[in-house]
Design a protein around this ligand. Structure first.
Ligand code: ADP
Ligand code: MG
Length: 137
């Protein structure tokens, strides 16, 4: 059993597809262990995406992630980290496989509907970034 962090990004929230995205998780064996809607500050987004600080797209990413509320979710299930990445599809929606969340709900590499932890170690850190122990159940 693993836990991983998913974020429905501002584009997904604005489009009104929160429920449709959560359905992808629940229909594929991932349980919602924690969930909340959050407006990230620039400070929050810079800290969360700290690993990308040196990348050319960092400022745009922070701007986008603070452009509206996001929905932060802890997903739990067997092989949850990889399973979530598979359900999400490639970072660039144009390259994402048919039937993945990004292929179906995302417009561009910036507005790509969802975030998902890329490994178990980062999942732990990202979950702790957003949730206290008592919020996860
Ligand atoms: P993923 O979200 O698939 O794990 P990364 O961790 O590599 O992708 O990047 C984090 C986020 O930064 C991406 O989801 C995307 O929104 C943005 N991003 C990544 N690469 C680019 C790029 N070349 N141009 C613009 N934005 C990018
Ligand atoms: Mg990533």
């Amino acid at each position: 059993m693993q836990q991983t962090l998913s974020i429905i990004k501002p584009d997904g929230v604005k489009k009104g597809v929160i429920g449709k995205i959560i359905d992808r998780f629940e229909s594929n064996g991932l349980r919602v262990a924690a969930i909340k809607k959050v407006q990230l500050s620039s400070f929050d987004a810079q800290a969360f995406y700290g690993v990308h600080q040196q990348r050319s797209f960092f400022n745009d990413l922070v701007k986008f992630m603070t452009s509206g509320p996001v929905v932060v979710i802890v997903l739990e299930g067997e092989n949850a980290v990889l399973k979530n990445r598979e359900l999400m599809g490639s970072t660039n929606p144009k390259e994402a496989k048919t039937g993945t969340i990004r292929a179906d709900f995302a417009e561009s590499i910036d507005a790509n509907a969802v975030h998902g932890s890329d490994c178990l170690e980062n999942a732990k850190m990202e979950i702790e970034f957003f949730f206290s122990k008592r919020e996860i159940c």
